[in-house]
Ligand binder design. Sequence first.
Ligand SMILES: Cc1cc2nc3c(=O)[nH]c(=O)nc-3n(C[C@H](O)[C@H](O)[C@H](O)COP(=O)(O)O)c2cc1C
Length: 432
Amino acid sequence: MFHMGWFLKQGFGVQGWGAPWSGVTHMEWMQPDPYIDMAKQLERASFDYMMIEDSLLVHDTYKGSAEFPLRRAYSVPKSDPMPLIPLIAHATQNIGIIGTIATPFIPPFSAARLGATLDHLTKGRVGLNLVTASSHRSAQNYGLEKHYEHDERYRMADEWMEVVEALWNSWEPDAIVADPETGVYADHTKVHTIDFVGKYYKCRGPLNTAPGPQRKPVICQAGGSPAGMAFATKYADTIVASKLGIEAMKGYRAEITERLVRNQRPADSAKVLFLIAPILAETDEEAFDRRDRQRKKEAEDWEARVERMSYMSGIDFGQFELDEPLPDDLLPKINGHQSGMKEILSKGATLRELTKFTPVESIELVGSPDTVAAKMGEAMEEIGGDGFLITNTITRRTVAEIAEGLAPALKQRGLTRKAYEPGTFRENLLAF
Ligand SMILES: Cc1cc2nc3c(=O)[nH]c(=O)nc-3n(C[C@H](O)[C@H](O)[C@H](O)COP(=O)(O)O)c2cc1C
């Protein structure tokens, strides 16, 4: 069996702008109801989690203007995902909900407190996707001139996480006595200061809220670079990745295993989920027709790809001619998503060639639900674990296709769980 999650790539913002079948008015995507509906559908499908992307800027790298993202509702507006999490949790019983947090900008004490609070509010079903953020614009929103250098961000994140973990552990497991006879709520000898003094952070502690049911929320990470993978394999319970093709996925899983073991962690203590965006229809033939129409539309919309590359790299790709060779010294200049951009830049010499590449999908999955389920089973068998992360554009239709079409086919083949275990998000994630 393998695990399933859904990555909300537009975060808590406007979903499917301009796409048919979004089914709700676009202001409704700023409210909880459509996400609650989605979570209920994914829970019927026995998904492990939904993961809500986040970033902290209005993009303006492309052509030096925010015109494109604002006109197209492309990553903006974007609300804070954290307050949405308990609302979804309150309307569901089992599914895990992961929110994204940018380690360079949120003080460790605030993050530890928020994580513990959400763990109580969700009764042990919250996760945190730890990102180091990539854009100078986000850094400028938090008072910096520019963002920290790529590897330094991970060194900071490592220390940040040390503080956060120390705060979650600042209450011993049996610190809460809650004894009505003696009137003692908490045993003060079991709640400790942490007195942390590091290179980047200083924190006294203890945490002023008690740890939640998981003690530590599920940690999710997507580091693709060596520094990112080192961080992920130290702390993460689930690692999400976009790797092109079976061989690349297999190689990545093997590298993660090796790094986990080097960190004295069991190989199965972090679940690696790969991004996919299946195209489904009643028959394989219809699905391929749909794929062709979708690819044609995407090719016509090359500007969206160029904007995306500009955001990921921090370099304005709008300055280059579509059919001229790109400068060959771009990679060392990138302080943003290094590993993703390395993969994209390897796909061609001109901008037009690069825009044909779909970096989000690890393997192309097209067909009827049963065909796609079978292909997913074969792929997982070869890769050796641990599951897939759906990243389709969200509309009422795509959620139904995955949750009510693909998921039952996966269950029927015995590839995914049919029901949840009693217990927390982490217990379900690590159950197999
Ligand atoms: C599935 C997935 C989800 C991600 N979600 C976010 C996100 O919500 N916010 C963000 O700033 N970066 C996000 N990233 C980027 C990663 O945090 C990371 O920066 C990227 O994978 C590049 O790896 P590196 O930082 O090790 O170079 C995501 C990446 C992947 C593959």
